[in-house]
Design a binder for this molecule. Sequence first.
Ligand SMILES: [Zn+2]
Length: 99
Amino acid sequence: MYRNLLFSSFDAFREVPRNCSLCLDRAPVLHFTLHEIRPEDREPIKGFCCAPCAAHLIAKLEQGESWDWTEQEATLAGDGIDTSNLRHRLESLRAALTR
Ligand SMILES: [Zn+2]
């Protein structure tokens, strides 16, 4: 599985909800699309989000990738395959997404 997370700006004078689609509290600052690509290929989640919820979505992306990569690493290590490249990429991703 892999995930797409896209943020974009929007025209504040067009049809934009008054509140964030996720927390329903703060004003939205970005439009987002979150798509988790699985065998069942679910529809993407779209909406407008505030800055704290945008950070939450990025953290969710990092956590999902960490989980998947950790599972893959365990499988490869169990087969005796060197996982140092995968570990390096995972640590780089965590650093990039959690700054
Ligand atoms: Zn929010």
